[in-house]
Ligand binder design. Structure first.
Ligand code: FER
Length: 305
């Protein structure tokens, strides 16, 4: 009974939280108070920070360094039957003379292909890390993970949860081929990663682990209840151990969805599958997601994993 009450509460509060983020947009005249943390996270002794907070200015555009490019591109989705949009970052000096690894970076239930821009200024974040030599030059693709004809985050955003599962087919059959035909991509599994926040974190677990022949690196930041049970996702721990180059999981210790990531960490630990487990002091919020992206970007595609 209590569990049901907490689930209901979390649904209501996530809705309020995501719309409160929208309320922070300039021009909106009705600022709403941020709701308190939802659910009841119970951090344990293993749930600690693997990294410090990023430096203050990690999202600030720096002058005097090379800048990459963020562009909104369209693709034909046979899965959805529409022309869809995705935001694509190419690093400074992008050239068809070399082939780049690709990170597919997914959004949450209240977002779309522009959400990462609202939460993290990804072009600034990546430009800054690249200027400091802390990240491998890569293409970052931010598609729309709500695979249905009307893919705007409007109305009851939870009603579109099934479309986040349909996105697996759109990603594999439509998004990836479009990216690999238009950009200069190193299309091996070792140079293809999937990561995301909340619903996008659940998608990254489900699609990444369900398609280890396509993805070698997975990141999930405060994964949502769309995460499939790990017993199902990893029926063969030895195979996953051999194939996974990077498994990177994070959550805030004030996030009501912490239990989902804790269960992932416990399963991986129990089956001796190497992974990063980073729990910071944040909630289900942009601070956690931008910070997670900052650290994940520095681990992915690195020779040492
Ligand atoms: C839920 C709670 C949260 C859920 C999804 C979310 C599908 C997703 C939150 C987000 O993406 O921010 O019960 O069910």
């Amino acid at each position: 009974m209590l569990r049901i009450l907490f689930s209901l509460l979390s649904v209501v509060l996530v809705l309020a939280m995501e719309s409160s983020t929208a309320d922070e947009q300039p021009g909106n005249q009705q600022p709403r108070r941020r709701p308190p943390a939802f659910g009841r996270p119970t951090p344990g002794p293993e749930d600690i920070a693997a990294y410090p907070a990023p430096p203050e200015s990690f999202l600030v555009r720096r002058e005097g360094i090379p800048h990459g490019k963020l562009e909104m591109v369209s693709y034909e989705s046979a899965t959805v039957g529409t022309t869809r949009k995705m935001n694509v970052y190419t690093p400074p000096g992008y050239s068809s003379d070399r082939k780049y690894p690709v990170l597919y970076l997914l959004h949450g239930i209240g977002g779309d292909e522009t959400e990462w821009q609202r939460f993290a200024q990804p072009d600034n974040l990546f430009d800054n890390l690249l200027a400091d030599g802390k990240m491998v030059p890569m293409i970052v693709v931010m598609p729309n993970g709500r695979a249905q004809k009307n893919d705007r985050a409007e109305g009851d955003v939870f009603a579109s949860a099934p479309a986040f599962a349909v996105f697996e087919r759109d990603l594999l059959s439509d998004v990836i081929p479009a990216i690999e035909s238009r950009y200069s991509v190193d299309a091996r599994r070792e140079t293809r990663a999937i990561a995301g926040l909340s619903m996008g974190g659940g998608q990254s677990f489900n699609f990444g682990l369900g398609n280890l022949d396509r993805f070698a690196s997975i990141g999930a930041f405060s994964a949502a209840p769309n995460t499939t049970a790990f017993e199902q996702l990893i029926p063969d721990p030895a195979a996953a151990r051999a194939q996974l180059q990077l498994m990177w999981i994070s959550c805030g210790n004030k996030d009501g969805l912490l239990g989902i990531s804790q269960r992932a960490h416990q399963f991986l630990k129990q089956h001796q599958i190497p992974h990063t487990w980073h729990v910071d002091e944040h909630g289900h919020d942009a601070k956690h997601w931008s910070s997670s992206l900052y650290w994940f970007a520095q681990s992915v595609f690195q020779p040492a994993g």
